[in-house]
Design a protein. Sequence first.
Length: 299
Amino acid sequence: MADMPTGSLLERVGSLRGDGPPSARRIAATITDRPLWAASCGIVELARTSQTSVGSVNRFCRSLGLQGYKDLRVALAQGVGGDGVDNAAVDPSGDIHPATSAQETVAIIAAASQQAISHTVDVLDLAALDDLAERLDRARLVQVVAYGGSAHVGTYLASQLTGIGVVCLSDSDVNTAASYAATLGADDVLIAVSHSGRARHAVDLVRAATAQGTHTVAITSSGSSPLAEAAQECLATTARTVSARYRGTAGRHAQLFVTDALTVRVAQRRHARAQSLLDRAGEITAAYQMPADRRTRSS
């Protein structure tokens, strides 16, 4: 079995609940709803319960980078045994039930965000992170594209890079973003952020930029998604947040963690200039802060 962080397996399985063919979605849902049971049941039983076939289960395992079902069971047993998944306060399915108390609800959301960052640390390709940081430090122009729930993360990344002197474009309007992308060349970088990796506009812009020689990067939780496949490089995030009621929280935290790590690595390469710009920005914005000893109200 290929080495992988055991804690991240359920994250990857969970991401397939909404990504992939119907059979893969049913298998993923069955496993994440009952991880302890899945770690001990046979392949025929899993196929029958998920209303799929043995062949579908084997293909599902290979899509996770596993050699077969035996490896899946071993990884699941390790993951649920030491990852806190079986904790009473955290539903293994990542769901929050109507009867869940306020204390348990807060615990579930907090645990999901903490685990998302911890597991992202496990799967993050540090060589790819540093390669991208080096490219951003040298780039003539950088464009960040992100839509839907990831739009705020894209705006945040663009503002952080701009703040340390990296010329960065970002716009949530797809037509404007396409116009920006048309100006990119071999000395530029386009970064696309999408939790699912299936945002059509982001995928289209990555493909267009790649075709014209621009280095393209995906920040996504799904390494097998259209976005990851279209980009030349991928920085993986992970989050076991399959419930629509709070799925954005942990996913956004994982994305923000990666963007912060990336920004800091770029800043380290241009420390003096970045520090000077940050100091200057602090001086300028200080004028907009009310003194601590005054409590005046604006009219």
